[in-house]
Ligand binder design. Structure first.
Ligand code: COA
Length: 260
């Protein structure tokens, strides 16, 4: 598929999706959100793709937020719609994909950019990265899940402070907060994400999909995560991957999962 605002590239089991509006610091406009949805959907349905990496083009920004020029004249109804559509199309969509999604945060991740990174299954940052939710400085609040996912990841007090001050934290603080899992130089960022992806790919993608579902259930209102875990655990026993994984262990050889 041809995209205007993103690049999608497949190699060795990994689809890397790059948000490509460097002159606007990769800000998320409506069409970029739609394109990201389409590219992620395609990658998730592609049996060759075992891991998805999302990053930003250029050396300055992952994503510097939602495109402010698009919503500056919105009213109450438009604002609500913008958040609802964005959450459904991209942010909740990513969180619930069955293929692991890693955010390679290569610079500014602000507002919708940090929300995008937080919707991914985990984050790796370069040492120049700066992260924050500056929406209250614009007279608005995070609308793409930031008020929910930031406290889940860093705790309520830290999230309150970050949102209220509209400040940015650097990569070292993000690492201390547990907002990102690793910090490396910009040159090392994609190689490290690919190395982690390589480890993920050795494992059963069917089991990983069930694990994503069970872990996500911990954060869903009215859902008992332990019950989801029991169901997902049971599901694994009906898969070829389970037969291969356990047989390989008992035969003292490495498992060779279908498609791995
Ligand atoms: N929406 C729309 N355009 C944006 C943008 C956003 N969120 N973030 C950056 N841009 C655009 C700028 O308007 C500028 O475009 P122009 O060259 O046509 O004027 C271009 O990207 C470069 O940004 P600039 O502000 O000149 O870079 P900088 O190095 O001086 O500052 C930031 C970098 C990230 C600190 C600054 O761009 C910024 O504060 N961006 C907005 C962050 C934000 O509030 N995000 C939350 C949105 S809800």
């Amino acid at each position: 598929m041809n995209y205007e605002n993103i690049l999608s590239h497949y190699q060795n089991g990994i689809t890397t999706i790059t948000i490509n509006r460097p002159s606007k610091l990769n800000a998320l406009n409506k069409s970029t959100i739609q394109e990201l949805h389409d590219a992620l959907d395609e990658a998730n349905n592609d049996s060759e793709t075992k891991v998805i990496i999302i990053t930003g083009s250029g050396e300055k920004a992952f994503v510097a937020g939602a495109d402010i020029s698009e919503f500056a004249d919105f009213n109450v109804e438009d604002g609500g719609k913008l958040a609802a559509q964005g959450q459904a199309l991209l942010f909740d969509f990513i969180e619930h994909l069955s293929t692991p999604v890693i955010a390679a945060v290569n610079g500014f991740a602000l507002g919708g950019g940090l929300e995008l990174a937080m919707a991914c299954h985990f984050r790796v940052a370069s040492d120049n990265a700066k992260m924050g939710l500056p929406e209250v400085s614009l007279g608005v609040i995070p609308g793409y899940g930031g008020t929910q996912r930031l406290p889940q990841l860093v705790g309520k007090g830290r999230a309150m402070e970050m949102v209220m001050t509209a400040g940015m934290i650097d990569s070292t603080q993000a690492l201390n907060y547990g907002l990102v899992n690793h910090v490396v130089t910009q040159e090392e960022l994609l190689p490290l994400c690919e190395k982690i992806a390589g480890k993920i790919m050795l494992n059963s993608s069917v089991a990983i999909a069930e694990a994503i579902r069970a872990i996500n259930a911990n954060y869903e209102d009215g859902v008992n995560g332990f019950d989801v875990e029991i169901e997902s655990f049971g599901n694994c026993f009906g898969t070829e991957d389970f037969t291969e994984g356990t047989t390989a262990f008992l035969e003292k050889r490495k498992a060779n999962f279908p498609g791995a």
